[in-house]
Design a binder for this molecule. Structure first.
Ligand code: PLP
Length: 426
């Protein structure tokens, strides 16, 4: 098998039947029929359940596991996880509505994001979700909405920490940030939160995304818990909730190794056993996006054309960056690197050539793989992009070049298709 994908943890859950990649007993060729052709995304519940299971086994039992919906808001994914995680993180009214439609509990849903609009805040208040306050201005708007709606707001204060998570693919804290309130500004704002409009629950502190290094995660958690202990002294009420964000990474590139969960979990257990905060009744929430769903998804596209240009072989596909911006290297990558890619109907064949996989868009950025070893692929063959369950379709510019959005398949029992073109509520 293609050595670029043979080592992927998700390959434990996928099978190969007569050379064809198979999810949940359904060969890709059959899934393509169900999708009405290519391109499409497919998500495998077995891989999702395995991931939840690994986390539950490793993490301290009283650590609450939430799902950050922005990683993948496909309804079946959210519905499936609603029965398996302890709550959700949302970043828009649309995501909150998705969680509520899919069986999630508003009380266990946190609403984060630097630019929440009044109607969104009002809906969160009415539903009883937790609002993560991100600025003094937002706190004041929530206070006024509480008066207008005769409600109390269940809130945390989101802190922009005075440290960053080393080795993160995307920084979410440290230095100047649009997210949260600088740790230095927090004491003053905490005094203002001693207002009957607010039911103050605690803190939200999130330092960075896509981190594979256990040491860096441990160092960030250490500083995060220290900061929370320090800020708790100035809080208007005893801290009942500490949200430590997400950020566990998954391997995409050849030298990436999966997160070593055991030491990270051990360190969290150690903090949760310390006097203060957790021992005094604060719940700790870990809200993971990518780590939960990233490995459970693939993107599948067909070869439309095969051509040579000055010594380079191009496989031109019907899918591209308009569906999968991250795989093209244009979502947060500094140096373009290839996602793991294979020819999904030739999984048994050896690589015999070096080819580049280019999408149909009229831009040189539309490259799904650059100079990778592949078996010889012909028009009609299926190119699979692995590690595509998180920040895939909904993190892509689907309007660019006016191709239709691809369906998303939930490869459960039964297989279900979700088509965003039918989603009139969006
Ligand atoms: C995006 C986000 C997450 C999830 O991040 P991952 O890196 O996917 O785990 C969690 N919390 C908040 C507030 C976020 O914005």
């Amino acid at each position: 098998m293609n050595p670029q994908v043979a080592h992927l943890p998700c390959m434990r859950h996928f099978e190969i039947t007569h050379g064809v990649l198979t999810l949940g007993g359904h060969p890709l060729t059959e899934l393509a029929d169900r999708a009405g052709g290519t391109p499409f995304y497919a998500y495998d519940p077995t891989a999702l359940d395995a991931r939840v299971g690994e986390l539950r086994t490793a993490l301290p039992p009283d650590l609450r596991l939430h799902y950050a919906v922005k990683a993948n808001p496909m309804p079946e994914v959210v519905r499936h996880l609603a029965r398996r995680v302890d709550g959700f993180d949302v970043a828009s009214l649309g995501e909150l509505q998705r969680v509520l439609e899919c069986g999630g509990a508003a009380a266990e849903t946190g609403f984060a994001g630097p630019g929440k609009r009044d109607p969104e805040l009002a809906a969160a208040l009415r539903a009883g979700a937790v609002i993560h306050l991100e600025s003094p201005g937002e706190a004041e708007r929530v206070r006024r909405l509480c008066a207008a709606l005769d409600r109390t707001a269940r809130v945390t204060l989101r802190i922009n920490p005075d440290f960053a998570l080393k080795g993160s693919g995307m920084r979410m804290g440290g230095g100047p940030q649009p997210f949260g309130v600088d740790a230095e500004q927090a004491p003053a704002l905490l005094r203002q939160l001693a207002d009957p409009a607010f039911d103050f629950l605690g803190f939200h502190i999130f330092a960075g995304s896509q981190n594979l290094q256990a040491n860096a995660l441990i160092a960030a958690h250490d500083r995060l818990f220290e900061l929370a202990h320090h800020l708790a002294a100035g809080a208007p009420e005893p801290v009942r909730l500490l949200n430590i964000g997400g950020g566990f990474g998954i391997p995409y590139f050849p030298h990436d190794r999966p997160v070593d969960l055991a030491p990270v979990a051990e360190n969290l257990a150690h903090w949760m056993e310390r006097p203060g905060l957790v021992r005094d009744g604060a719940r700790v929430v870990l809200e993971l996006g990518r780590y939960l769903v990233g490995e459970a998804g693939i993107y599948v596209t067909s070869v439309i054309d095969r051509k040579a240009s000055r010594g380079r072989t191009y496989l031109i596909t019907d899918g591209g960056l308009h569906h999968h911006l991250a795989a093209s290297g244009n979502l947060g990558q500094v140096i373009r690197k290839n996602y793991p890619v294979a020819v999904g109907n030739r999984m048994d064949e050896e690589a015999v050539e070096t080819a580049s996989v280019a999408g149909p868009l009229c831009t040189p950025l539309d490259l799904l793989a650059d100079d990778i070893p592949l078996p010889r692929a012909e028009p009609g063959d299926l190119i699979v992009v692995f590690q595509s369950g998180a920040y895939g379709l909904t993190a892509s510019p689907t309007g660019f070049l006016s191709h239709p959005p691809p369906p998303e398949l939930w490869v459960g029992d039964p297989v279900m298709a979700y088509n965003r073109t039918d989603d009139t509520s969006a």
